[in-house]
Design a protein around this ligand. Structure first.
Ligand code: CA
Length: 703
């Protein structure tokens, strides 16, 4: 055999180095699977989505000197849910309205910004604020899904658009808020829209050129139309056998709007599937069965989208109990046996451990109060409380609520402690069948009686409601299904969690702090004031031997849009921020101007306020808040000049006069009389606030 000359070997090595992409963010499968500690290459850091970084320079001994290294202001005041990606010294992060930012990860210096210029009126299809949870990186490109359903590839070096595809064809009120994942060159992306009437699916696109590789529908379509020509066709009949009625007219739901994970060894992609559309099964699939694959974890072949197995958390979903919460993969000993598990704490309040090789149920226990079901039986099916199903027309108060025992806020798992860290919350939800339900395409369609979740008028009752709403960080042992420790917060909707090799877990809070706890026992180790709700998933990385901890901070996100009544202070709309900390840094987070807005004297509107309440609760709550109480992100209608001026109010509601600001026209479903009734209702709520602020006609209460 002839020996290769040194020159040939050198040339071969150069060719090897030259194959594949060069330059920044030249990420490939090997790089993500290696998951080098200094970087954070995918939404959940690694394919197993554990959100555990081995970095340990910031630890129990050193964390006291952690301080702000730099901060960066995002371009919008809307909800902040993004997890930064850091690769090759660059941080790629998103804001609401799907804007992408590339920042120097060491200094925060802006490298480029890409704004996909989402038409603001498309925001009406976002159930839960126009948020974005982050990008994916692969092969020198950065991928973002936009709120109006596009998937866009950008050059990592300069943010120039490489390609763009419309994943929804603008045929239905879909939105994208989740971060894409890239597996073997396939960019995987789902969408949301389950509150409006859509059929869920997840798709894969070629990272090089955006060509669609496969699509998997999570619920069956109209049987009369036959197969979709999609990867899901092989299980089309299996799905359809679990549905009844004319579900396809309403879409059926099952949107894949957030969680995914990938096991390279088993070569399985796991997707979390959302709620039914409408929520109410009696409308969607009357007398139906499980309604597959709603509220399920489904395993797919990442190359073809072919179905492998599924596990359904909430059969016959009727409470908005999505299974789209964090999916985390880990190997652990359970009952003395080595198991490859998948963990999830979905909205329905039970913590699930399942065998990720085949979807077999291992165990489930409640991590918060669950009144819809007493337990998950040995067969993996819930033992339901029949009254919780509200099928008899009576209202039902159920725990958890549609906000979930846990929502999108990322959960973490530490292989060091063997614990999962859940941003958990306790609040009840009221459900009631809508006997007058009428499907209005592209509008809010959850099948609930719109008045069932109206707030009580008495201040004392509202105070009692507030007191009953709780939030906590729960450290959960999946192997024994027990809570090891917990930290009670001042309210719900707290931040996602980061676990580190330094034995710490980091979490932001809804009341404006960023906190580190001892991962073993929950002792508070460090705290920093962020001046605004801090909800997103924190992350960590290392550059030039220094460890950084980063978190996106900002108000907005659905809870703060709709639950204004439970917000103590109304922050003047401020833009979101990226906050980055390191040891020994001494920066401070710029404070936020907080201002109480006095309610102007409301107009007298001679119309039917009760009829207006029906319109308001059905169509307006999701952005403007229960009982027209805003929290300062989207205009509080009680304070709005639009309320004072009937002509302007009608032009806004019926003709889209403020569509450019994101307030769409409701002219397709509302008439002038409806608009005036709506104005009368908002004026009634404004009068209530005005009276509280001006007791007995005297001087305004001092603040
Ligand atoms: Ca939902």
């Amino acid at each position: 055999m002839k020996r290769l000359s040194l020159a040939v070997i050198v040339m071969a090595a150069a060719a090897l180095a030259g194959c594949g992409p060069r330059g920044p963010a030249a990420v490939d499968a090997a790089r993500i699977e290696r998951a080098a500690p200094a970087e954070w290459l995918s939404y959940g850091r690694s394919y197993d989505e554990q959100r555990h970084s081995p970095l340990d320079k910031v630890n129990k001994e050193t964390v006291s000197t952690l301080g702000l290294a730099w901060s960066y202001e995002l371009s919008t005041n809307r909800g902040v849910e993004t997890t930064p990606i850091v690769v090759d010294g660059v941080m790629y992060v998103t804001s609401a309205w799907s804007v992408v930012y590339a920042l120097d990860a060491k200094t925060g210096a802006e490298k480029w910004v890409f704004d996909p210029e989402v038409p603001r009126a498309w925001g009406q299809y976002a159930c839960c604020d126009v948020v974005n949870r982050g990008v994916a990186v692969w092969g020198g490109k950065v991928f973002v899904g936009t709120i109006d359903g596009r998937l866009i590839a950008l050059g990592a070096a300069d943010g120039a658009k490489a390609w763009e595809v419309d994943t929804i064809n603008k045929t239905a009120p879909y939105t994208i808020t989740g971060a894409p994942r890239v597996i073997k060159g396939n960019v995987i992306i789902g969408n949301g829209g389950g509150e409006y009437g859509v059929r869920g699916y997840v798709s894969a696109y070629d990272a090089d050129d955006g060509a669609m590789k496969w699509r998997f529908y999570t619920v069956p379509g109209d049987p009369a139309n036959g197969p979709d020509g999609a990867a899901s066709d092989s299980v089309r009949e299996k799905m359809a056998a679990t549905w009844k009625g004319d579900w396809w007219k309403y879409g059926g739901g099952g949107t894949v709007w957030d969680s995914m994970a990938y096991d390279p060894e088993l070569d399985q992609l796991y997707i979390g599937v959302g709620n039914g559309s409408p929520w109410n099964q009696e409308i969607r699939s009357p007398g139906g069965g499980g309604d597959l694959f709603l509220s399920s974890i489904v395993a797919l072949d990442p190359d073809t989208g072919e179905y492998k197995w599924h596990y359904q958390t909430t059969p016959g979903e009727t409470w908005d109990y999505t299974a789209t919460q964090s999916i985390i993969l880990a190997d652990m000993k359970i009952g003395g046996e080595d198991r490859k598990v998948l963990m999830q704490a979905p909205k329905n309040g039970f913590f699930y451990v399942i065998d990720r090789t085949n979807g077999a149920f291992i165990s489930a226990k409640p991590y918060v109060t669950t009144t819809w079901a007493s337990e998950i039986g040995a067969d993996g099916r819930p033992v339901e409380n029949p009254a919780a199903r509200y099928a008899d027309g009576a209202p039902a108060l159920v725990m958890p609520s549609a906000f979930g025992g846990h929502n999108w806020h990322p959960m973490a798992f530490s292989p060091q402690t063997g614990l999962a860290y859940i941003p958990a919350q306790e609040l009840a939800g009221a459900y009631m069948n809508d006997a007058n339900f009428e499907f209005r395409p592209t509008f809010w369609n959850n099948g609930q009686n719109p008045l069932v979740s109206t707030l009580p008028n008495e201040a004392a009752q509202r105070t009692a409601m507030r007191a009953a709403i709780k939030g906590r960080l729960s450290a959960w042992d999946p192997a024994t299904q027990t809570e090891k420790w917990k930290v009670e917060h001042t309210g719900p909707w707290n931040g996602g969690v980061l676990s580190t090799g330094g034995g710490l877990v980091f979490q932001g809070t809804a009341d404006g702090r960023f906190v580190a706890y001892d991962a073993a026992d929950g002792t508070k180790a460090w705290e920093s004031v962020t001046h605004s709700a801090t909800l997103a998933g924190p992350m960590t990385y290392e550059i030039d031997g220094e460890q950084y901890v980063a978190v996106a901070s900002g108000f907005g996100s659905v809870y703060f849009l709709v639950m204004g009544f439970n917000i103590d202070r109304k922050a003047v709309p401020m833009n979101g921020r990226i906050l980055v900390y390191k040891l020994g840094a001494t920066g401070t987070v710029p404070p936020v101007t907080v201002e109480r807005i006095e309610t102007p004297k409301p107009p007298v509107v001679r119309a039917d306020a009760q009829a207006g309440a029906l319109v308001y609760q059905a169509q307006c709550v999701q952005c403007h808040g229960y009982n027209a109480i805003g929290a300062g992100v989207i205009p509080d209608l009680r304070h709005s000049a639009v309320l004072q001026d009937a002509a302007l109010f009608h032009a806004t509601v019926l003709e889209g006069a403020r569509a450019g600001n994101g307030m769409p026209s409701f002219g397709a479903i509302l008439k002038p009389a409806d608009a005036e009734n709506l104005r009368a209702y908002i004026a009634t709520e404004a009068s209530r606030a005005y009276a509280e602020e001006n007791p007995a006609g005297g001087r305004r209460r001092s603040r």
